[in-house]
Design a protein around this ligand. Structure first.
Ligand SMILES: [Mg+2]
Length: 267
């Protein structure tokens, strides 16, 4: 598989025009709408991947890449953290930990390794137990799907294990879905959206159509959908490659080649 980490950016970009202009009508959602662009979800995802690939300090990697690209819609507390002179974690359980963890799944050699790497991506800021849990549940779902899990496995072993009160379908959560940037709200919604989707594109449009934190919901669900359906439309791949800066495309390629090496070592 190629463009693993790019899948996150494709979700982010596809939802980007809807974050502050929600659209709940599925048929009106255009993942290539005018003004679509990458946001904080992509910057943070590729920064975390860089740290996992190179051993660069996770906090420093986030700090430097985000500060170099400041107008990407960072949350208020995260933005304040970016401009402090040290980087002490602030116990967040915002969905920022779930949106940036995907490389943990692509670079892991086992489920335990995936969980440990996901925790590393959360810790610089999202050291609250729910922040860490959001990253681990997201990364574990992606990891399991890359390694042959079924949709039912994800419902049972990720959604209901991490969020036992969330035994709902997409159609049950959509009415009255609200904008809520916590992991506890966003991660189960992204999992449920993936579980009830029929293709990569369907998953992204359903994530956006919840009318919530659209780019982040799509960025969390997209790598799950790619790991399961194993295809992404060429037009969305092209759009992401046109919009993302060179350093992210380089990290994307490095994650792909590292994933291929891990795959050939374990099979
Ligand atoms: Mg965003």
């Amino acid at each position: 598989m190629k463009n693993l980490l790019l899948s996150v950016a494709i979700g982010d970009i596809g939802g980007s025009t809807y974050e502050f202009d929600p659209q709940t009508d599925y048929d009106l959602i255009d993942l290539e709408a005018d003004g679509s662009d990458y946001t904080d979800d992509s910057v943070c995802t590729f920064a975390c991947a860089e740290s996992l690939l190179t051993g660069r300090d996770m906090g420093e990697s986030l700090w430097s890449h985000c500060r170099q690209d400041p107008n990407r819609g960072y949350g208020g507390r995260f933005r304040a953290w970016l401009y402090t002179t040290d980087y002490r974690p602030y116990n967040s359980f915002g969905n920022g930990s779930a949106m940036r963890c995907a490389a943990a799944a692509f670079l892991a050699g086992s489920e335990d390794d995936c969980l440990a790497k996901a925790e590393l991506t959360a810790l610089p800021t999202h050291n609250h137990p729910e922040g860490i849990k959001g990253a681990q549940a997201t990364a574990l779902a992606i990891y399991k799907l890359l390694h042959g899990a079924t949709i039912e496995d994800i419902r049972r072993d990720v959604l209901l294990k991490y969020y036992p009160a969330q035994n709902f379908s997409y159609d049950q959560i959509k009415p009255g879905f609200r904008f809520d940037e916590t992991c506890q709200h966003t991660v189960p919604a992204a999992l449920i959206t993936f579980i009830d989707s029929t293709s990569f594109t369907d998953c992204l449009k359903k994530a956006v159509a919840l009318g919530g934190d659209a780019d982040t919901l799509a960025a969390i669900a997209a790598p799950m959908a790619y790991a399961y359906f194993r295809e992404m439309p060429d037009s969305l791949v092209r759009q992401a490659k046109r919009l993302l800066p060179e350093w992210m495309l380089k990290i994307n390629d490095e994650v792909d080649s590292q994933f291929a090496k891990i795959g050939s070592a374990t099979t």
